[in-house]
Design a protein. Structure first.
Length: 377
């Protein structure tokens, strides 16, 4: 498939919860549609009709797909976000304290990302938290990550030629602030916590840190948690050709991550992501090779073995649904689509001009190919 490169001159910004937060704004603003969708102009003008087979399975039309999340937001996180927006920081503090006590670094990164996004919109509650607990590691983490998100908001989502010098200056100033804030969050962090260093990858991306600095940060992360999903996603973005690396560096990084990881860690998703990020062909041939089928099989086994509560598992399922559809493995694709339906903020949909529409197009195609419908809309 042709993968749309989001090429941003001067400052390139890439995405997941929140090194990804500012990346998301840039990706969504720069995408001008997907060249890989083989739809005619007439088809594009047709109103969507939910196939009867999709309705029978409880699957949703595009307008009911959530574009802000890859899966339902956990109730405990929703409660903390609601409380924060109402000015009460205590549930957020308790939530992050619990992840530290449990050494649950995957949820700590996911939760702090969502909270940082909220603080980038209005940090009144975070200021109150910092005032009450000046050295709280959770508050320091949210502050660092929210500054990255705020930098993305200040820069805006338009291409460089449509971005003012004031926006660039504000972006650089805030990203430099985030560097120091992540260092402070790391200094205050609980023993073994990799998340402040994961946030530093966002700074490395945004400010163009050299490879030697990225390697230093990466060692800090992997010494603490060698198979952290968000860390690997952000690092893979850094090593991609469109950011600070090359196709070879990205593919090698992804292959090494998958080879060293235990089953259930979801690291086998990264060779697929590296392929997705660098595939510029205009057919599905590159997605159907024996090697790609083997990568998909490995990721299927990984997902089956993963903790069902892993916060990144739905993102892997979205990717699996996509590649299974491309490989005409439609029954398996429908199963993955069924498990994630209702949410489309995940690869590959987030790179599309119409994420929900493209998701439903491929979902309905696989459903039709299993005999569950007559044709894709």
């Amino acid at each position: 498939m042709i993968i749309l490169w989001v090429v941003l001159a001067l400052v390139g910004l890439p995405l997941l919860t929140l090194g990804l937060y500012f990346l998301k704004a840039i990706v969504q603003g720069a995408v001008e549609g997907w060249r890989g969708a083989d739809e005619s102009d007439d088809d594009a003008d047709k109103p969507y009709e939910l196939p009867a087979a999709a309705a029978a399975l409880g699957l949703l039309p595009p307008e009911q797909q959530n574009k802000d999340s890859a899966a339902p937001v956990p109730a405990v996180l929703t409660a903390a976000l609601d409380a924060a927006r109402a000015g009460d920081w205590q549930p957020a503090a308790d939530l992050l304290s619990a992840t530290a006590a449990e050494r649950d670094w995957e949820h700590r990164s996911a939760h702090s990302g969502w909270l940082a996004g909220a603080a980038a919109e209005d940090d009144t509650w975070l200021l109150a938290w910092e005032s009450a607990r000046p050295d709280d590691p959770g508050a320091a983490l949210v502050r660092a990550r929210s500054t990255v998100a705020l930098a993305g908001k200040v820069r805006g989502a338009k291409r460089a030629k449509h971005t003012t010098s004031e926006q660039f200056q504000g972006f650089h100033r805030l990203m430099e602030e985030s560097r120091a804030q992540h260092e402070r969050a790391a200094a205050l962090g609980v023993e073994g916590d990799p998340v402040p260093y994961i946030g530093r990858i966002s700074t490395a991306l945004g400010l163009g840190d050299p490879h030697i600095e990225m390697e230093r940060v990466w060692k800090e992360i992997t010494d603490r948690d060698p198979h952290h999903y968000e860390a690997h996603y952000m690092a893979l973005q850094y090593w991609c050709a469109k950011w600070r690396g090359s196709e070879k560096l990205a593919r090698d990084f992804a292959a090494q991550a998958a080879a060293k990881a235990p089953l259930g860690s979801l690291m086998t998703a990264f060779p697929l992501i590296a392929h997705f990020e660098h595939d510029e062909s205009d057919t599905t041939d590159a997605d159907r090779t024996p090697e790609m089928r083997a990568l998909v099989d490995a990721a299927l086994a990984d997902a089956a073995a993963a903790d069902p509560t892993h916060p990144r598992l739905p993102e892997v399922r979205h990717l699996l649904a996509y590649y299974l559809c491309l490989q005409d493995r439609d029954e398996a694709a429908v199963e993955q689509f069924r498990l994630v339906d209702g949410y489309v903020d995940a690869l590959p949909w987030r790179y599309r001009g119409d994420p929900a529409g493209e998701y439903c197009r491929m979902r309905d195609l696989s459903l039709a190919n299993t005999g569950g419908g007559t044709e894709a809309p």
